[in-house]
Design a protein around this ligand. Structure first.
Ligand SMILES: O=C(O)c1cc(=O)[nH]c(=O)n1[C@@H]1O[C@H](COP(=O)(O)O)[C@@H](O)[C@H]1O
Length: 233
C-alpha cells in the first residue's frame, strides 16, 4: 500500500513481536514505518516480510558506512528485499555513494537511496570532538551537496536545515527529518528538533517520528494528534 502521508514511524524495538504489535496498532494508509539497527539486528529480514505483508512501505535505516563495494552490496540486498527507502552515511564519501547508486541502477532497483548528513543528536561540540570544525549547518550543506552530486535522491537532516537545503538542492531532493517533536512530546536525547508543522513549512518532505508515537499510551491517538498539528488544527 502506498500513502501520501509524510510521516514515517520509527519502530525502535528489541523484538519482532514488539515491533509488529505497534505496527498492528497503526495504519499503512496513514504512515510508513522505519526499521533500524536494533530491530533488524534481532529480527533479520523477517521483519521486512511481516511489515510488507501488513501493507507497509518500509524505510530500512541501517546507515551503511563502509568501503564502496561493501555498501553497494548491502544497498542492493536491502532493495531486493523490497525496502521503500534505504540510507548510507554521506561521510562515507563520493565513491561510496556512487557505487551504491550505480548498483541500484544496474539492477533496475527503484528504492529511494538517501544519505545521512549530520545526526540530529549532534551539536557543534560533538562535531568538534570528531574533528569537524564547521557548524552543524555548514557540515549538513557540504554533505547534502556531495550527496546530490553522488546521485542520492535526498538526505536525512534536521528540519532546521530543510529550508537551506531546499534552496541549495531543490524541492524534489528528499529531506527526511528526524528529531520531530510534536507539542505534547519531550526532546529526550535529540538536540536539533522541530515541531511537525514547522518542519513541513521549512521544506521537509518526510518526518521521522519515534517515541512521541511509540511510547504514547495510545499510539494511534498520538498519530492523529500529529496529523491534526500538520493540518493546523
Ligand atoms: O536516520 C535516521 O532515521 C536518524 C537520523 C538522525 O540524524 N537522527 C535520528 O534520530 N534518526 C532516527 O530517527 C528516529 C528518531 O526517533 P525519536 O527520537 O524517538 O523520534 C530514531 O530511529 C533514530 O535512529
Amino acid at each position: 500500500m502506498s500513502t501520501d502521508s509524510p510521516l514515517i514511524i520509527a519502530l525502535d524495538y528489541p523484538s519482532l513481536d514488539a515491533a509488529l504489535c505497534m505496527a498492528d496498532q497503526l495504519d499503512p494508509a496513514r504512515c510508513r514505518v522505519k526499521v533500524g539497527k536494533e530491530l533488524f539486528t534481532r529480527s533479520g529480514p523477517d521483519v521486512l516480510e511481516a511489515l510488507h505483508g501488513r501493507g507497509y512501505e518500509v524505510f530500512l535505516d541501517l546507515k551503511f558506512h563502509d568501503i564502496p563495494n561493501t555498501v553497494a552490496g548491502a544497498v542492493q540486498a536491502a532493495a531486493e528485499q523490497g525496502a521503500w527507502m534505504v540510507n548510507v552515511h554521506a561521510s562515507g564519501g563520493r565513491r561510496m555513494m556512487e557505487a551504491a547508486r550505480e548498483r541500484l541502477d544496474r539492477h533496475g532497483l527503484a528504492t529511494h537511496l538517501i544519505a545521512v548528513t549530520v545526526l540530529t543528536s549532534m551539536a557543534a561540540g560533538d562535531l568538534a570532538e570528531v574533528g569537524v570544525t564547521a557548524s552543524p549547518g555548514e557540515q549538513v550543506e557540504r554533505l547534502a551537496l556531495l550527496a546530490r552530486d553522488s546521485g542520492m535522491a535526498g538526505v536525512v537532516c534536521s528540519a532546521r536545515e530543510s529550508t537551506r537545503l531546499r534552496t541549495l538542492c531543490g524541492d524534489d531532493f528528499l529531506k527526511v527529518t528526524p528529531g520531530i517533536r510534536p507539542s505534547f512530546a519531550a526532546a529526550g536525547d535529540q538536540r536539533r528538533i522541530m515541531a511537525p508543522r514547522d518542519a513541513m513549512a521549512a521544506g521537509s518532505t518526510h518526518l521521522v517520528v519515534g517515541r512521541p508515537v511509540t511510547q504514547a499510551e495510545d499510539p494511534m491517538a498520538a498519530l492523529a494528534a500529529i496529523e491534526a498539528e500538520l493540518a493546523g488544527e
